[in-house]
Design a protein around this ligand. Structure first.
Ligand SMILES: [Mn+2]
Length: 411
């Protein structure tokens, strides 16, 4: 599988090039304490390896293609402190890459190829260079700049669009992992609804979700949002430290990650188990918007087209429940987009305004946020685009009002 992906990427790379993908290094937090390491997702996509400080290198010339993996040498002292590093044989077996070397020979290897081929042909150094905007350490750029000091003719090219184009279309293995992440998320949401009661604290509710995730050997896809009442009208509310009031709606936006594949689900339920008439009225409109997106979505549309459909729908529906008065617009009650791509990252890589195609997985997450009334509703499913529409991967996660009330009454 990883081999196939690498071959597909290689075919898109320029001739006379060296391409470098790095697994990354954990950033420092405070003093000598590091943040937990989290692998670069493109590196993982092409290798299946999630260890720190590994480098994947492709060499492509008219005469040959070569794939080399660089790993760290085994360090017996470090092994006693933080565990062993990945060994060459393990790395070979997981990734299918035969040529495994030590990372301290990386620069010499690159210099060797440039000296060998670079005199006749201009060489291009390729890497994913689009992450600069996030203000993070960016070792591949440092490496390239260093090489260019000695080889001023070397070109540097960003291949982020090549990897993104591949990662946008999910294969069967990826869909299966996302289904698993979604099914654990479903169990976690049910546990929260089961435990919900008047005056429960948001973070206690959140803990029921966490318990299920750990019990199922999954991780969090992202920081959970668990927002009662008015807190649900703050889009990325993440404190989860307030006590709910009887009658509040609770908005949860959360997901499990299974083998790095993410679920991203939102549900909204009444903390006491029963919707008020007003809450139900608002909820039903969001639910209809959520279903409408799944009905209209087709390959060739963009996520922007989908969002425009939602805005049009709200334009028609909101006046019927007393909204859009006094110069208010849809954007006063709904100001985010309805979809983003989902995969190895929660907000997965994507290309601006790229038409949807079969195999894309996107979210479908309309919401309505009425600050004055202390009501926030978001219903988010994960859908896979098909030839003639979509398949809802999260269709088993309950969202009908009657279903939610029945489930909560029979706890
Ligand atoms: Mn989302």
């Amino acid at each position: 599988m990883y081999q196939e992906r690498r071959e597909k990427l290689l075919a898109t790379l320029p001739e006379n090039s060296i391409t470098i993908l790095m697994s990354g290094k954990a950033a420092y937090n405070i003093g000598d304490e590091r943040h937990p390491f989290d692998v670069d997702r493109s590196f993982f996509y092409y290798t299946g390896l999630d260890n720190e400080n590994l480098v994947l290198m492709f060499v492509k010339t008219a005469r040959m293609n070569q794939t080399i993996l660089f790993i760290e040498p085994f360090d017996p002292v470090q092994a006693k402190w933080v565990g062993g590093k990945i060994l060459a044989d393990e790395a070979r077996e997981i990734s299918g890459i035969k040529d495994v070397r030590y990372v301290d020979s990386l620069k010499d290897t690159i210099a060797m190829y440039i000296n060998h081929y670079g005199k006749l042909n201009q060489f291009t150094l390729c890497g994913e260079l689009s992450k600069q905007e996030y203000d993070q350490p960016w070792p591949v750029a440092d490496l390239f700049n260093e090489i260019r000091r000695y080889n001023p003719d070397v070109q540097i090219r960003n291949i982020a669009a090549n990897t993104t184009r591949m990662r946008l279309v999910k294969d069967a293995d990826e869909i299966e992992k996302m289904r698993k992440a979604i099914s654990v998320t479903n169990a976690g949401i049910k546990a929260m609804m089961q435990a919900s009661r008047d005056y429960i604290w948001e973070n206690e509710l959140e803990a029921y979700f966490d318990f299920v995730l750990k019990s199922e050997q999954t991780e969090h896809a992202f920081h959970t949002i668990c927002a009662g009442g008015k807190n649900a009208t703050v889009l990325h509310y993440g404190k989860n430290n307030q006590q709910t009031k009887p009658g509040d709606l609770v908005l949860v936006d959360l997901g499990a990650a299974y083998k790095y594949y993410n679920a991203d689900i939102s549900r909204t339920f009444p903390v006491s188990g029963k919707f008020t008439d007003r809450q139900r009225e608002i909820y039903e409109i969001v639910l209809r918007a959520n279903k409408m997106v799944m009905e209209v979505v087709r390959p060739g549309m963009t996520t922007r087209d989908l969002n425009n459909k939602v805005i049009e729908f709200y334009q028609q529906e909101l006046p019927k429940i007393g909204l859009l008065q006094d110069g208010k617009t849809v954007r006063d009650y709904y100001w985010h987009g309805v979809s983003h791509h989902l995969g190895l990252e929660t907000h997965d890589v994507s290309l601006f305004d790229e038409p949807l195609q079969p195999g894309n997985v996107i979210t479908d997450e309309p919401g309505l946020y009425l600050e004055d009334e202390g009501i926030g509703v978001r219903i988010e499913d994960d859908i896979m685009i098909t030839e003639d529409g979509c398949i809802c991967l999260s269709e088993n996660i309950m969202k009908e009002v009657d279903e939610i009330e029945a489930f909560m009454q029979n706890r």
